[in-house]
Design a protein around this ligand. Structure first.
Ligand code: ACO
Length: 328
């Protein structure tokens, strides 16, 4: 049986349209100054009307496959982390499987909101190390703009669209790959961030549309506190499991929701600013996609070298949280 997994290809895709804070000032009662100070976000990308989540995911997937020199037909599993699937079913993973021509791959969506990519890596680890799957494509793709209430200044300033993808395979090297993981959920806090309608609880009716129940709802300040605690606990847990300290971490890639959440977490975990990757200023919160987009940018910027210890850490709707420690 394989001992571990490794990432052999990374890619990302961001829609072309940029929506700046100044543009948002014209839509809701807010200011560039408020958004910058409270969140660190300056702009975000918005998908075209005709672009669904799979369209973003497929672009990121193609780049990751090219980076890994893997043909889609070699894939035996496709996982897609998303809370904005093209439709309830077929899964976005099946839609991407078809568009890629990855006919030998099984396909499955993962619903863990912003923690979806980290959850996905742990699923990859389990399935690959169990010996049944050899080459897995993990995509995280979101079109949050399509579930955003553009009249709600408490949420619309935070969110954006984008996708990231990795190709994962087995690895028999000692002390390489995924060294430790920690996943968790706090279902009782689910109402801090949720989409009320469109499922079997509240199927679409004229009333659900009038009440704007097909848009994401969030209690931002309550979520903020849980977010920092979950991120800190998960980071400490993986470091303890792998018997490493914060000084050993070469790069910390946290979920990009708010620069204040990132800074508070890094400080409590004991990671200095220069080792923290931040791009929330450019893309806002793209949910599950933030970490693979950041991972791709960090790699292209030369901020990750072979042998580096990378900490990925996320929290999101559910609530869910998770961290993984990777030896690159
Ligand atoms: N512009 C101007 N004022 C605003 C805006 C805005 N865009 N949004 C809220 N305000 C106002 C509020 O109405 C409030 O005014 P009041 O005091 O008169 O009532 C004031 O600003 C303070 O509001 P808070 O919500 O307490 O502000 P806070 O400092 O907590 O910042 C924020 C809000 C940015 C939402 C923050 O709480 C946050 O980032 N929370 C976490 C959000 C998050 O990470 N979500 C993650 C997941 S998203 C996903 O999973 C898809």
């Amino acid at each position: 049986m394989p001992k571990n997994i490794k990432i052999i290809g990374v890619g990302s895709y961001l829609p072309e349209k940029i929506l700046t804070n100044v543009d948002i000032e014209k839509i809701v009662d807010t200011t560039d100054e408020w958004i910058t100070e409270r969140t660190g976000i300056k702009e975000r990308r918005i998908a075209r009307k005709d672009q669904a989540t799979s369209d973003l995911g497929i672009e990121a997937a193609k780049k990751a496959l090219e980076d890994a020199s893997v043909d889609p037909k070699e894939l035996d599993l496709i996982l897609v982390a998303t809370i904005t699937p093209d439709m309830s079913f077929p899964s976005t993973a099946c839609i991407i499987q078809d568009k890629l021509g990855a006919e030998n791959a099984a396909a499955l969506d993962i619903s863990a909101a912003c923690s979806g990519f980290v959850y996905g890596l742990v699923v990859c680890h389990s399935l690959i190390c169990q010996g049944q799957y050899k080459k897995v494509l993990l995509v995280a793709a979101e079109t949050l703009s399509k579930i955003t209430n553009w009249e709600d200044r408490g949420t619309c300033v935070l969110l954006g669209d984008g996708a990231g993808a990795v190709v994962v395979t087995s690895c028999d090297c000692e002390n390489e790959g995924l060294l430790a993981s920690s996943l968790g959920a706090i279902g009782s806090a689910g109402k801090l961030l949720y989409l009320p309608a469109g499922g079997s609880r509240n199927p679409a009716t004229h009333e659900t549309i009038d009440e704007k129940m097909h848009y994401l709802r969030m209690q931002g300040n309550e979520l903020f506190k849980v977010a920092v605690k979950s991120l800190v606990d998960a980071a400490k847990d993986v470091m303890q499991k792998a018997k490493v300290t914060s000084e050993d971490i070469a790069l910390f890639i946290p979920h990009q929701a708010n620069v204040r959440i990132i800074n508070a977490t890094a400080k409590r975990v004991g990671i200095p600013k220069e080792k923290v990757f931040i791009n929330v200023n450019k893309y806002g919160n793209t949910s599950a996609a933030t970490i693979p987009i950041a991972l791709n940018e960090a790699l292209r910027a030369g901020r990750i070298k072979k042998g580096d210890l990378i900490l990925l850490d996320a929290f999101g709707g559910g609530l869910t949280w998770g961290a993984v420690l990777l030896r690159w």
